[in-house]
Design a protein around this ligand. Structure first.
Ligand SMILES: [Zn+2]
Length: 394
């Protein structure tokens, strides 16, 4: 018997209890598709097993307790089973399984590092964040699975909102792996700046937002923070300078800054600057919020007629439900008594439709919301939540 046949036979023995579980699954589930796929075992044993076990449902644990880790394949099974236990909420059993692998250094570095990575997730699921962090640090010291270990460590600090530690780890990642983490580091400084601002430490908040720009000079969020701080200090020219940067870096964020930008322009009392800005906006297609705010600025500066002309031209260039709603509202006031009721109904319906629409969406996971999140609350990506552009949005 050659060695490959012998190892296949060993594997078949190992598979017997798992096969029993697979059969048991087939009996439990109306669809027999997964066990079939499972029997088509080839080299992707570990993946198939993980996939099979990722299905929810109870599995008689005594089937698995009989397995003992003695070689690489069995160790993979242990890791997959540990994952299954963790997903089912049986974290203690997952920890015991993964720890048992760490007690067998003869299984090799690959198994040890995989076990450490899983163990860190087990501790995390159990809410033992200190232990999770220590386990990831232990893994990083081995030099194995660095990208995954660092990502997990960074995610852990982000969830704890410990931005100083997150900055330290991101700096370390840049130093050790050469990866550019400047975008998230700038966000961490912005988080610290926001914290300082909320505690009334404006000077500290300004310093931290400026530090964010040192790390990433294209950080629109830092410019928005600095504009807010400048506004609080009545430095209107500075507010405008920062909003110009935001527009240059992320023009899609104009709806979020347009009101404050116009306020700053009004506050400077510089009518020429205000006219220049209005003509800058009039020359292009704009998000609806920008059109609405500009319309009222024109009305204040010139007259209602000029403002209406601008409004109609803009909403025809870029039709949106919001534009249609506001146009219908305008028509109520000027329609004849017999028609007024009908226009009112149209306006009320459109208003309802617009109110029910979310304003922001994550480009990565599709999360919908009504406020701008710098980090998606659903998939945790930075800068992936954007204003919804188009007929149903801006
Ligand atoms: Zn997302």
């Amino acid at each position: 018997m050659d060695s490959s046949t012998s190892s296949m036979l060993n594997l078949l023995w190992l598979l017997l209890p798992v096969a029993a579980a697979a059969g048991w699954f087939a009996a439990r589930r109306s669809s027999a598709k997964r066990p079939d796929a499972f029997w088509n075992y080839s080299a992707n044993f570990h993946e198939s097993l993980n996939e099979l076990l990722s299905e929810s449902g109870d599995i008689p644990s005594e089937l698995f307790d009989k397995l003992s880790a003695s070689d690489k394949d069995t160790a993979d099974t242990h890791i997959a089973l540990g994952n299954l236990y963790r997903r089912r909420g049986d974290v203690n059993r997952a920890i015991r399984l993964h720890e048992s692998l760490l007690e067998k250094p003869e299984l090799g570095e690959q198994v040890q590092s995989a076990a450490l990575l899983e163990l860190a997730q087990d501790y995390d699921s159990a809410g033992l964040l200190d232990r999770s962090e220590a386990t990831l640090r232990q893994l990083i010291e081995t030099g194995e699975r660095l990208p995954e270990a660092y990502s997990a460590l960074l995610a852990l600090h982000e969830r704890e909102q410990d931005w100083k530690l997150a900055i330290d780890v991101a700096n370390e990642i840049e130093r050790v792996t050469g990866e550019d983490r400047s975008v998230v580091i700038a966000h961490y400084f912005c988080e610290l700046s926001q914290q300082a601002k909320s505690h009334g430490y404006k000077e500290e908040a300004t310093k931290l937002a400026a530090e964010a720009l040192v790390r990433n000079d294209r950080c629109a969020r830092a410019h928005m923070l600095l504009a807010d701080l400048a506004q609080a200090a009545n430095d209107h020219a500075d507010v405008i300078a920062h909003y110009k940067q935001v527009e240059a870096i992320r023009p899609e964020l104009m709806p979020d800054i347009i009101d404050a930008w116009f306020d700053a322009l009004h506050n400077t009392g510089d009518k020429n600057a205000l006219r220049d800005f209005i003509s800058h906006i009039s020359d292009r297609r704009n998000a609806y919020s920008v059109v609405r705010t500009t319309r009222s600025a024109i009305e204040k500066l010139d007259n209602a007629e000029t403002a209406d002309r601008f409004f109609k031209k803009q909403i025809l260039q870029r039709p949106s439900l919001k534009g249609l709603r506001d146009w219908a509202q305008d028509q109520i006031a000027i329609s004849k008594p017999g028609e007024r009721e009908k226009v009112q109904i149209i306006f009320t319906m459109l208003d309802q439709v617009v109110e029910d629409k979310p304003s922001y969406q994550c480009g990565r996971c599709g999360f919908l919301g009504n406020q701008l999140h710098w980090r998606c609350p659903s998939c945790s990506n930075w800068d992936s939540v954007q204003p919804i552009i188009g007929v149903e949005g801006e």
